[in-house]
Design a protein around this ligand. Structure first.
Ligand code: ADP
Length: 669
């Protein structure tokens, strides 16, 4: 599709419009003559002036001191010393919010720590940090592909938004065999594949191939694994150019799962007209790869001075063009929201393992949130496909421009500024610790305690309690650009969260705080407590299963720091056990049945033994709970529902020092 022409001044329903149940939809908003950009630029200018204590900065500080004397609430404090390239956008956001920035850090704790790279940028013991432990590892190309593959094994239709992928070098023979088989069954199939080195970014090391034999030598693959993926040959084109979408997603909390999506993102364009891949054009990166970092070096790159044109535009401007051509933009949004929620559901099990390892029960804070960059390609038929997830999406709001040959200068990029400042500012508004305190107080004193959670969620980010409580501080700020999609649409997606429940079992038996791998004793205890061994499956077979699977996963060279069984290996063992026990069912039903079976026996064991005290367990319970919504429980386990529900009420006991779990120190061998 190649729509042309000027977008209509306003398309799509209002942002606050309620979606029909069953079709999550974010409405598109057309940018109005760059007005948001102008406002953002004014904010930026104000921030610039106040930096170094210009007139605005002095006024603000004076106001703060007067406020403190008058007994007004203190301002939220943010440590920006590790913000790196997101610093400019962060500064503007903090200025707009009138929060207090500590650019060099602070001796006493801050409310929020803004890290440019990872959770570990700083040693933090309290407050909130804008990164989750393990996120960088989780979204690497190989790890993401594995996590999505597990979900594809369980729910192939739901997870068909990720191109068929193979992990090199270990799956090279499988890749060759599967391609040969597919070609034999359909001789007209002329595929193209894209090879992407693990841990690469900005198109680094990526190349296209027509045949598995074109994969470059295995010697380099050994040191740098890669993902080879089916190439999407028919992308949607605008102005004859291929483009992708960078969408910003806020993972506000892991447990309970809370996801927000920014209502606008960026579209990054190729700089050569697109042609379907042939042997002749395979190497033309400006035609096939949409990376900004590559295309900026093309003579055809156009810096956008407004949001509707150029090589980097807002996503909303694309949607407006599509809408003006009669495309179902609501459906596009709905599919994108599903893709985002499903991808995060694939990532959460392992993230929880990392989380309990870095912030074990009993260790003080911090809590985490994170902005993720989702790279999405729209196919010609408007189906969104996931390309990758970025743990550190660029938050730069300026770009390099070549003024004269060889002379470069950083100039402001209005498109980046408009989108990114809003995302950072509104993330901060959503995690505002003072708002949470006020909310807690309000919920204690509120007369409207009978108001259901559902009512609040339905009000969405633009309404509801979250925003009412801060009306004063937020006066003058635009409505939130981040829209909650989970738990808002939890009912539609909770049935997918099976691996989360398997991970909860895994974490329960890990035993020693700070570990991410299960030892053989832990695995045996799991089998014993869940009553999984019998005359057909002896403890000797259990040991063999453990050794076989663990050895294979460890030989893939994923993580040599610790010995033992990693979560993916445990998941594989769990699937094996499920297939053994419930032979005739589809895989996801086998797995669901085995989870129910295990939870039933663990809960029963819990009832027989004395429960442990609360206190220390509270933090852990925040990490591991087992969602059961939307899952069918077999008749044989119906009594479990009551006892799981009861156990759920004291989830802290169940998850932290569950009586059947390995006691600290006993899990390592
Ligand atoms: P990087 O992290 O190096 O940017 P990506 O996975 O984002 O790696 O791939 C780089 C670019 O290659 C994408 O922006 C997109 O334009 C293109 N691309 C990646 N995977 C595919 C695919 N399966 N089909 C078509 N194009 C793809």
């Amino acid at each position: 599709m190649e729509p042309a022409g000027v977008p209509p001044p306003s398309c799509a329903p209002a942002w606050e419009a309620e979606e029909p149940p069953g079709s999550p939809t974010l409405p598109a908003e057309c940018p109005r003559d760059g007005e948001p950009a102008r406002k953002a630029r004014e904010g930026a200018a104000a921030a610039e002036r106040s930096r170094g204590l210009g007139p605005t900065g002095r006024a603000a500080r004076g106001g703060e001191e007067r406020g403190a004397r008058a007994g007004r609430r203190p301002r939220v404090t943010v440590d920006s010393s590790k913000a790196k390239t997101s610093l400019e956008a962060l500064k503007i956001s903090l200025r707009q919010l009138r929060w207090r920035e500590f650019p060099l850090g602070r001796r006493s704790p801050c409310d929020i720590y803004w890290h440019g790279v990872s959770f570990h940028d700083n040693y933090i013991f309290s407050g909130q940090v804008n990164k989750f432990p393990g996120m960088t590892e989780m979204v690497r190309k190989v790890t993401l592909s594995r996590a999505v593959r597990t979900m594809q094994d369980l729910f192939p239709v739901e997870y068909n938004f990720y191109p068929r992928s193979w992990i090199l070098p270990e799956e090279f023979p499988l890749f060759v065999a599967e391609v040969r088989m597919m070609k034999e069954s359909d001789p007209s199939w002329k595929p193209t594949f894209i090879v992407k080195p693990d841990g690469g970014c900005q198109g680094d090391g990526i190349y296209l191939i027509k045949d598995p034999s074109d994969v470059r030598p295995a010697g380099s693959l050994q040191s740098r694994p890669a993902v080879v993926q089916e190439y999407i040959c028919k992308p949607l084109l605008v102005d004859k150019l291929k483009f992708d979408i960078r969408l910003y997603v806020l993972l506000k909390s892991l447990e309970p799962l809370e996801i927000y999506i920014a209502k606008d993102g960026l579209s990054r364009f190729c700089t050569e007209p697109y042609q379907e891949p042939t042997l002749k054009n395979l190497h033309q990166v400006f035609m096939h790869l949409t990376n900004y970092s590559l295309n900026i070096h093309s003579g055809n790159f156009i810096h956008s001075d407004n949001v509707n044109t150029g090589s980097k535009r807002t996503f909303s401007s694309i949607l407006c063009r599509l809408s003006s051509r009669g495309a179902d933009v609501k459906k596009v949004w709905s599919d994108i929201i599903s893709l985002v929620i499903k991808t995060i559901i694939a990532l959460t099990p392992e993230l929880k393992v990392y989380y309990q390892s870095d912030i074990p029960a009993g260790k003080p804070g911090p809590t985490c949130f994170q902005i993720l960059g989702f790279d999405i390609l729209l196919m010609k038929n408007l189906k969104p496909m996931l390309l990758e997830v970025n743990a550190n999406p660029s938050m730069r709001i300026e770009h390099e421009q070549e003024l004269s040959p060889g002379v470069f200068e950083n100039v402001p990029s209005p498109v980046d500024e408009e989108v990114k400042v809003a995302v950072i500012r509104d993330t901060l508004r959503l995690v505002d610790p003072q708002k949470k305190k006020r909310k807690d107080i309000q919920s204690q004193t509120s007369e409207h305690v009978s108001e259901t959670k559902e009512d609040l969620l339905d009000a969405g980010p633009a309404g509801g309690l979250e925003h009412d409580t801060s009306r004063n501080t937020e006066a003058g700020l635009p409505s939130l650009c981040l829209k909650q999609v989970f738990p808002k649409y939890a009912k539609q997606f909770n049935y997918l969260r099976l691996v989360d429940r398997v991970a909860a079992l895994f974490i329960r038996f890990l035993g020693v705080k700070g570990t991410t791998k299960l030892g053989p004793t832990g695995f045996r205890t799991f089998i014993r407590n869940c009553k999984l061994s019998n005359s057909n499956f002896s403890m000797a077979s259990v040991d063999i299963l453990y050794i076989d699977i663990t050895r294979r996963w460890n030989s893939m060279g994923i993580d040599h720091k610790e010995s033992g069984m990693c979560l993916q290996a445990f998941v594989e063992a769990f699937f094996c056990l499920a297939q053994k026990k419930y032979k005739s069912l589809p895989l996801h039903e086998q797995v669901a049945s085995l989870i129910d079976f295990c939870e039933y026996h663990l809960a029963a064991l819990g009832e027989k033994r004395p429960l442990c005290g609360r206190g220390t367990a509270e933090r852990r319970s925040a990490v591991v709970t087992c969602p059961t919504d939307g899952l069918e429980v077999t008749a044989a386990h119906t009594p479990l529902l009551n006892c799981t529900a009861a156990a759920g009420k004291c989830a802290d006991c169940r998850s932290h020092c569950y009586p059947g779990a390995v006691s600290p120190g006993a899990g390592r061998d």
